[in-house]
Design a protein. Sequence first.
Lengths: 252, 261
Amino acid sequence: MATIAVQPIPGQMGVLVTAAPAFPGDHFSLGVPECIGDAAAPIWFGGLVPAWSRSGEGLWVQRGERPGELRYALTVRPAEDYVDIEIDLTNLSPRPWQHGMAFNCFNCGASVLCDHECLRHWVGLHGHLTRLTQVPRVFGPRPAIQLYSVEGAPPGRDIPFVANFAATPADVALEGWMAIAAPDGRRLVAAASRPALFLFQNMEYSCIHSGPDFGLLAPGATARALTRLYFVAASLGEWHARVQRELGSPAP
Amino acid sequence: MSPLSRRELLAAAAALAASPAGSHRGAAGEGAGQEGMVLIPAGPFTMGTAADVAAGLAREHGYHVSWFSGEVPCRESRLPAYWIDRYPVTNAQFHAFCVATGHAPRPHWHGSEPPPGTRDHPVVSVNRADCLAYAIWIGKRLPSEAEWEKAARGERGLAYPWGPEFDPQACCWGRSPGPGRPLTDPVTAHPQGASPYGVMDLVGNAAEWCADSPGPGSGIIKGGCWLTQDPLNLRPAARNMSGFDNNPLDFYGFRCAKETG
């Protein structure tokens, strides 16, 4: 079976998925990373100019650095029905980071999966597959967006990046993934991280994010985290069993 | 093209604004000098949704009630009289603006021209700056969210512009995206969608930028659009959508408003 085809965007913190076997003719844009660094003061998309290079068959590596703040190497590893985004993040600042983080955007707005109303968005809540529209929501300063705390991670209110959006329902913790089912119900895309720090979705773009957690990063320290983006031909239940095997449930 | 004076530009714009396709149309409620606009009288109106109604909608349609929190509570508001465009700004009108001012054509247009057969469709792929530039050029402004909602729901706060129940024929909705083709309808395609004041095409087709900013760098978007799949999100009271000011998405359009004085 063919692997997913990806195309880095030169000079940008982004990748195009130009072909995914489960979604013929569709394409997706990935803002990887849309934001990265200290969860209290991350660097946003466009805040630095990364360099892309090839690394082995089908792998691409994005390297970015802001002297005195951070350095990262982001490897894009496409497989048959998923793309791994593996990031090594180094704290170059003189301050400890309570949470190193990345904000990896999976934009489905141009595909058949496009769902600006979250009618086909799914999450894991208390061990159950749950429609996102049945999960509490907070009407924040930008009504189209919402963030969620993740099981095994600190509450969103304790993570400055998450808290700053003022759009995270209290007392709700989801599994570290979010999925969008295709209208035919036989395919889906999903974003999952190991470990996951928070979830995000934006109705404006029909995008989903699973933010990976690099944990406490002392000055000079490096940590690795993974975001896996799925493009699968499977039912939601089949896929959920698989993701629990592959990435642990809810956090390894 | 020879440069035009501001007066000539405004005159041309007023003529174009008189009808979606560029021909003059008179209508009840339109006043001298405000062709193509509808006068919304001063006075109270019902805005938002009552908590018990929101709870009922949530139960009936399988939502958590918090998804309606932005539109709760229902409250009586009051506005001075104002004018609002009878129809959304069309491709023809926006094209005239681009020709007159050098403003950039929309990204999906065929060069400087709207796609064939879409001159009377709402212009889409506009960000807030595009809308504001057009409004200033034509001597108007964007409506506030309250003005938009009153124009859509009338004084008594109808659930939909045409009445209390959803009518699938009354607007353009439920379509799926395709490559390079916003699936809008002509702004006159659904006359049964008229609001109590005779304002047209408020829900579905193009979602509409309002003047209000829910937070820095963003604007309130009202009315749902051609992509909207759930009629609940076509209710004028719904407040789930906001747009980044810089985003010219292919379901964002707008109409203009103006003071009466």
